[in-house]
Design a protein around this ligand. Sequence first.
Ligand code: BGC
Length: 751
Amino acid sequence: MTLDVDALLAELTLEEKASLTSGSAFWFTAAVDRLGIPRIMVSDGPHGLRAQPGEGDHVGLGGSLPATCFPTASAVASSWNPDLLRRIGVALAREARACRLSVILGPGINIKRSPLCGRNFEYFSEDPYLTGELGLGIVDGIQSQGVGTSVKHFAANNQETDRQRVDTQVDERTLREIYLPAFERIVTAGQPWTIMCSYNKINGVSASQNAWLLTTVLRDEWGFDGLVVSDWGAVYDRVPALVAGLDLEMPPNRPHSPDQIVAAIRAGNLDETVLDARVRTVLTLVDRGVAVLDLDESFDADQHHRLARAAAAESVVLLANSGGLLPLAADARIAVIGEFARTPRFQGAGSSQVNPTRVENALDELTALLPEVGFAAGYGIDDTASDEALRAEAVRLAAEADTVVMFLGLPGADESEGFDRTHMNLPAGQLATLRAVAQVNSRVVVVLVNGSTVVLGEVVPHAAAIVEAWLGGQAAGGAIADVLTGRVNPSGRLAETIPHRLADNSSYLNFPGDSQVVRYGEGLFVGYRGYDATDTDVAFPFGFGLSYTTFAVDELVVSTSGAVADGTLTAQVSVRVRNTGPVAGAQVVQVYVRDVAASVARPVRELKGFGKVELAPGQARTVTVTLDQRAFSFFSQLLGRWVVEAGEFAVEVGFHSRDLPLSSTIRVDAPSIAAPITAGSTLHEWMADPVALELIGEAVAAGASDPTRDTELVAVIGSMPMSTLAAFSGMSIDHDTLDRLVERWRERTGG
Ligand code: BGC
């Protein structure tokens, strides 16, 4: 501890304290020179630094220092490898230390509710469990080097449309099960130095003023001990935000915000202890971050570039490979077609944009690795109209080649921070070139370059092989060449479903909302949870990905221990995986849990564990995954807490969400999760509770007529509250009797 926080708090004036809760410049906290409190620097971002010395601009490159551009989140998420994220985190932190940056503004861990969200390239997955594990990996990696993270955007910020004003209307169960768990996982297991609150409202209250979110859930329930910073410009009313738990406003809104805080305290409208608590958090962050200020370090750009290349290669998802077209034969004559091969698109736009230390393109890299490579642009990246001359040239080249490697992708203008897409299509001109090329050469490998998923109905019929390479960072070109030539055996798995049609996605009717409101009407049924619930066929399922080898799983063993009652239920899942093909490769074993019968709506299955293993040809290894009690729980809106419902659960294991050949059913005992019996409980609920049913029986014996005996009547009135029935003549359990029964039920059950 360099700063004596208690002593400083005692010495700071009211104005100085208020000043500390705002930054001093775009990327800096405020200093108090008089007391030796320095300012520290924070900066984007998730897949590479955007450190702007001096003032800088808001988004864009704006003179940012050269930094390694690692693959974007949608790419690295496909690695399903938290350890890779950890290594990237370590590298990011080393670069941060070299520019004396204390806090990296990332990772972004919002759930991909709709494929259209403009920032999907910055987010990991449609699945909260996978997101949490990957996010934890990068947070651990960064913070292991004494640099902080800012896990963002908290919370329910799943679109760019009207992002500052939109009110996300979402029920608590959906928040708890889909939109909050990744934050919860990272906070409870990784204690990030900071959390960044989002721009939007949640159920009517701005995230920055949302005391339930920033204090009740984040601090009181999850035990967060770090600082809450606003997204840049997310504070709309400083004093309520301070009260709600927002420590630091960025960028500074001076002198307005500090003045408002001082005025509120002077007027007796704000307790100074609230300000003191926020200042304590700011000083603690400065204390953590101050160590980097005296460093004189540099980073190894070559080593980081190599890591970026390995990461990009591990992020590639092989979607199709008929006839084993890939890897490319070493002596094949290759036609590389597509402007993206020469002019790579490797990152998205907005606040995450990195000024790369260097950039590889796939054309040069393939040319270096293969003996005969020709090139035709085939289309212009920003072409909206078809370019016949480019297409004709591509067709000529394709006709003479053994194999075509055709790059298709989204132009930068299609996906960015700040706006959402309106469709999932690839540009029509690119597809026209693909069709023309496929007519003269049936051996077409399509390489996709995109941050968010695209529909592939017009690609699949014309491509023998499809490689999803995402926005793979500055070394994507080399990584793609490594995969195409077999130097790297692809092991990426989809972290998001690729549907046949946009309209198949469960958010379709409620995205992006209108009139400043978006209603999460699909509830829990996000991503594969939605496609599975409606039994909708998809183009490529969640978790899917091919390899140059093949794998088999067997010997599933599931054993349970602990008890639900004390929160210790645990299931050990072990399974044997074997590489049954000719080359070494890595496979991701995925473990899903299905509640066989539940009293509430539950997704068909949910990912609750996974493990990635490398295997030599013929080698087998046992993968063990531990499921904790949360893996079987749902959030009960009635009880306001996580519960496990007694009964059977299937543990399903395989290689993607729709290929789960092994399944084992376990029986879980658990205390009842029924709500306490009251006069407002229905007749059905009374009849389902053994004690309540007995009490009705006793009342009947005492002279009332028995409403439970007449099955036809029960079918009609069973869903009515007993208090309503008590008013009906003929029911003969009147209000006084009912109150007595409720009292006795409480005495007997302690409920
Ligand atoms: C973005 C954040 C980013 C911040 C600072 C905001 O517009 O939403 O993700 O960290 O700007 O650049």
